[in-house]
Design a protein around this ligand. Structure first.
Ligand code: NDP
Length: 257
């Protein structure tokens, strides 16, 4: 059985190592590779994979290309997990639940910084869980995807409340020392928060460092990455009618990162 992650760029993806390690631990004869797709998403069907994960920039086109889409992927309009079954391409989104499963308390409300693909997954799962959620972004254009939410640009934003959960969904700090938002505003937001969550993983970002210096609880994107991979793996195996030991699966993926 062959699986793969599809994206552009793709060389940095940790999905192959997570999934291949799990196949080995669970003694499942399968292989998980990676494909750099140029612009033709439609060539995916010709790869004869049993399943795939989809990453930037193909999550929206994957949604449009599936024969059927399930769960929260329908609301987000983005698919990160595909299975091929009975000649059909079936789509799911595991980013959203992967994020939510990291939370170890029930926030009253949340503020999301950024309005890209991952912000959509985070916003819609929080909405589904009845957590009042506001979105702010540095520019206006992408805020139109959040019609059902209170949203504002940084320059129009005046915090009207304190937020239990502050989530950075921007890549700010990934390759620079930038904070996603003005330091004074961010400090006042984080001071009142119960959790600062940065989706970036593999690096201690200025956002996380600020939360640390304010002594408020924080999380980076590592557990979200593992959770979405576990959920995708379960979907892949269910489509093959293979029952797996989910605790062993979790242990094998956690041992990698
Ligand atoms: P997108 O490109 O879809 O969106 C990026 C957003 O960040 C946009 O709203 C953009 O604003 C904003 N932004 C970009 N740079 C800055 C900056 N320097 N300052 C302030 N805002 C900025 O990206 P994704 O949503 O797909 O991914 C965002 C991050 O989340 C990435 O670092 C990615 O690695 C991480 N991620 C982690 C996951 C995990 O499992 N841990 C899963 C998915 C993503 P504008 O509209 O103005 O351009």
């Amino acid at each position: 059985m062959q699986f793969a992650v599809i994206g552009n760029p793709i060389a940095h993806s940790l999905s192959p190592i997570l999934h291949n390690n799990a196949f080995k631990a669970l003694k499942i004869p399968a292989f998980y590779g990676r494909y750099l797709l140029e612009d033709s998403f439609y060539s995916l069907r010709s790869l004869h994979l049993k399943g795939a994960n989809i990453t930037v920039p193909f999550k929206e086109i994957a949604f449009q290309s599936c024969d059927e889409v399930f769960g929260i992927a329908k609301t987000i309009k983005a698919v990160n997990t595909i299975v091929f079954k009975s000649g059909k391409m079936l789509g799911y989104n595991t980013d959203a639940l992967g994020f939510f499963e990291c939370l170890n308390f029930a926030p009253k409300n949340a503020l999301i910084i950024g309005a890209g693909g991952s912000a959509k997954a985070v916003a819609y799962i929080l909405k589904e869980k009845n957590i009042a959620t506001h979105i702010i972004n540095r520019s206006k254009d992408r805020l139109k995807d959040f019609g059902n939410f209170f949203s504002a640009t940084f320059s129009d934003f005046t915090p009207i409340d304190s937020y239990d959960l502050v989530v950075n969904t921007t890549p700010a700090g990934l390759t620079s020392q930038d904070l996603p938002l003005d330091v004074t505003i961010l400090t006042s937001l984080l001071k009142n928060a119960k959790l600062a969550f940065d989706l970036v993983y593999g690096k201690e970002t200025p956002f996380i460092n600020l939360a640390k210096s304010l002594k408020i609880p924080y999380l980076d994107g590592k557990n979200m990455l593992i959770n979405q991979a576990i959920l995708a793996f379960i979907i892949f195996m269910e489509a093959q009618n293979i029952t797996i030991d989910t605790e062993k699966l979790r242990q094998s993926m956690q041992s990698i990162l």
